[in-house]
Design a protein around this ligand. Structure first.
Ligand code: NAD
Ligand code: TYD
Length: 364
């Protein structure tokens, strides 16, 4: 039986990954979820798993050496899947320090303890172990109109968030180059789907459309992101754990490039079409909610992944077209109004006020 140490498993992608693995492998695997439960961590995302024998939650900081050491001491960990991170670019622009702490020092702490437990006296590693670092395409910087990010694209991060992720990738690479530690790095494009905290574009827009609030578009709205359905991403990670060549980087994306303004208009239309005809919220939904606001500082123009390596070497291909994934996602947010209500009360209101108050200064 393989034991996975999943970090950040109470966040958006981590919680989807845990559900996905338990659905796929049932009781033949064990999962230990280590999460600090920051503003982005939500145990509601894991409802239904609490009483499963093969699932354990431990509240801990990935920077806490003693606690991580204790987890390795008490459990025979086979795979570390490191999702834990500060993940929001806007927050990193306001307060970079915690990004360096969690994303860089936290990754180093996990790596080093895993190495101590997995390395044998002859400097080789126990078989069947792997450290998978979940990274991002943002480490490659920004593209113009043409071209794609491949695994050989030089790293050129711009935001404090992407710089911290690139630094973490370099440390993971160093552990492979120096010690031959069994690692993989995956770099995916923007994810969307259930359980995403509404500070990111898609859930923020769904939430605002439903409450008749303005939809803030940074700059001219023509920045491009390459959207990946979270469940497709989780299956790709599973395949890299099982079939990825040690030491390699794999880009994960599915050629779903869209301008932000296009995404926002699609959400408006899809919410309109999904709500019952008698639903009073339909009355306030229109393109008039769109509001162009001050641009993000250092806003990357375009991200686009070339997934040729993962599809040719490992056979992974995304299964969900954007048109289908966005409908599923909107339906989930409509059905889970309580989830949204819980995560948007309190601290979120204050975050929203602080973040968007100043952006209102520019209207085009
Ligand atoms: P998220 O912000 O939703 O979740 C992050 C989780 O990490 C939260 O549960 C949080 O409580 C936990 N965490 C934060 N600091 C911690 C610490 N010090 N110790 C333990 N746990 C801590 O993030 P996400 O969107 O699920 O992203 C997961 C990973 O995927 C991140 O590493 C991110 O960089 C990467 N990624 C995300 C996207 C995306 O579109 N969301 C795209 C590319 C890469
Ligand atoms: P985001 O979801 O924050 O992801 P990332 O910055 O990591 O790609 O943003 C996606 C895109 O949407 C990005 O170009 C910034 C833009 N955006 C807005 O226009 N308005 C918003 O309110 C937010 C949160 C993002």
């Amino acid at each position: 039986m393989k034991t996975y140490l999943v970090t950040g498993g109470a966040g958006f992608i981590g919680s989807n990954f845990i559900h996905c693995m338990i659905n796929k492998y049932g009781n033949s695997i064990r999962i230990i979820n280590v999460d600090l439960l920051t503003y982005a961590g939500n145990l509601e995302n894991l409802k239904g798993l609490e009483n499963k024998e093969n699932y354990t939650f431990i509240k801990a900081d990935i920077c806490d050496k003693d606690k991580i050491e204790e987890i390795f001491k008490n459990n025979e960990i086979d795979y570390v899947v490191n999702f834990a991170a500060e993940s929001h670019v806007d927050r990193s622009i306001k307060d970079p320090e915690v990004f360096v702490r969690t994303n860089v020092l936290g990754t180093q702490c996990l790596l080093n303890i895993a190495k101590n437990y997995w390395e044998k006296e002859d400097d080789t590693f126990l078989p069947g172990k792997k450290f998978l670092q979940v990274s991002t395409d943002e480490v490659y910087g920004s593209l113009e109109h043409e071209g794609y990010f491949t695994e050989n694209t030089p790293l050129d991060p711009h935001s404090p968030y992407s710089a911290s992720k690139a630094a973490a990738d370099m440390i993971v690479k160093a552990y492979f180059d120096t010690y031959k530690m069994p690692v993989n790095i995956t770099r995916c494009s923007n994810n969307y789907g259930r359980y995403q905290f509404p500070e990111k574009l898609i859930p923020l827009v769904i939430n605002n459309v439903l409450s008749g609030k303005e939809l803030p578009v940074y700059g001219d709205g023509k920045n491009i992101r390459d959207w990946l359905y979270v469940e497709d991403h989780c299956l790709a990670i599973d395949q890299v754990i099982n079939n990825g060549k040690l030491g390699e980087v794999y880009n994960i994306g599915g050629h779903n490039e869209r301008q932000n303004i296009e995404i926002i208009k699609t959400i408006i239309k899809t919410v309109q079409n999904t709500l019952d005809e008698s639903d009073p919220r339909r009355n306030h939904i229109s393109d008039e909610l769109i509001k162009f606001v001050k641009d993000r500082k250092g806003h990357d123009r375009r991200y686009a992944i070339d997934p040729a390596k993962i599809s040719s070497e490992i056979g992974w291909l995304p299964e969900t077209a954007f048109e289908q994934g966005i409908v599923e996602t909107i339906k989930w947010y409509l059905k889970n109004a309580k989830w949204i209500e819980n995560v948007t009360s309190g601290q979120y209101q204050e975050y929203y006020r602080q973040m968007y108050e100043k952006k209102d200064e520019r209207v085009s």
